[in-house]
Design a binder for this molecule. Sequence first.
Ligand SMILES: Cc1ncc(COP(=O)(O)O)c(C=O)c1O
Length: 478
Amino acid sequence: MSSGIAANCPAWSIPGYLEVRNRHLAINGADAIELVKEFNSPLFVFSEKRIRDNINRLQAAARAVDRPIKFCYASKANSNMAILKAVLDSGIDCEVNSGGELFKALEVGFKPDQIIFNGTSKSDDELDEAVRAQIYAINVDSIYEIDLIEQSVERLRAQGEDVPPARVTLRLVPEIGTRSHLGLQTALLTSKFGISSSEVLSAFRRGLQNPSLINVCGIHIHVGSQTPDVEPFAEAFKSMWEHLVTINRETGHTLQHINLGGGIPVNYLRDRSQADQLPEHERDMLGADLEPSAVLTEAMRVARESARAANAEHLLDQVTILLEPGRSVIADAGLVLTTVNNIKTRPETGDIWLLTDAGYNIMLSMNNYKWYYHLISASRADEPYGRDYKVAGPLCDSGDVYFDIEREGRLPDYRRLPADVKPGEVLALLNCGAYSLAQMFHYNGRPLPAAVLIDLEGNPKLIRRRDTYADLITNDVW
Ligand SMILES: Cc1ncc(COP(=O)(O)O)c(C=O)c1O
């Protein structure tokens, strides 16, 4: 019997994961159209196997530089509990950005020493929760926050809680640019993040003043998300390394870890058939294919060179390296299945409009960042592109479209799909696993979609139930 897998693989396919079977899109063997029949539309579909493969790829990079690396999954990318569980089961650690994410990480089973906590504006309650939990590190975003953490330790001790000094990492913002969207760059002085280079030494001196309250154990730079080149990572690593040496020489204190942040890019343009509609810099950024091993190898090379020159190789050999990957773990492990509800033609322009049930309330980055997600027909995944369509979502907002309404060319004007798409056809937006589910909202009174995870055995498992109308009003008081 034939497996039904199409012989000619489309460019977007990933063998063993995203394939064409019996003309339909299949995710780890699960038929997309059957999934919509069972779980309704729109629907998020995640692959546990792809999450594992992505994490294995990161772990292989650690082996390439022959160093143990502490990978802390950036849970802001997707903190659905089943996704966090899949990450936990794969053996890596977790980065959180709020008391809520800390709660979820602990609840799912990450141990405190597996958790690091970032954030520009942590509340006293959030700091108390992190200090009480005794997590691996709180990443401090300003000199003022050092005071707040010390106060938190004192407050908890005054209440009779026996907490050790809080482990603290200082986050720097060294003016390193990348070729990602400005809104995703986080190491520029114009960004809201971190402590600037001119303040680094005084910040560390301040942090070392009260060792009974805080233990300054690391240094951190996150250059931004979807960083397409190795250079910003290498520059950031070298900068942190040189600060580590200076701090050691000036204060005698040795930092235990260097945290290089997240930002390893995902190739959103495996299928380049629509890329001709994008400007070159968008193509380079969205289509980046950077191996994590290349990032780590180059970072270690520049640090080793600098260590040799400074006669400080022993310090480099002792240091633990942290990475905070989000997108590179989960983006291409998730997709959205969406149904065409309505269709219209504009005789004046000749355009055919497809109106789907997936709006920017479930894919905010498509509107905020004009982020490109490749669109295919899940119902006719084997058919060649036959026509250009204008595609839009269901929200009562002109901006709820799959093209760049501001005409800045950041998204293709038209999406190419098979000819004769009709209402009822199921489409798939690929690579939607990161920064989507966590940013959904109920605009226009739209119940939020369900999500399923195809488990390691190939079985779909509901990991988020679809909202009911009652969910729309649960928190309203009237
Ligand atoms: C501090 C920090 N670490 C890690 C990440 C994850 O980045 P990415 O999803 O690009 O790997 C982010 C997101 O921008 C971040 O702000």
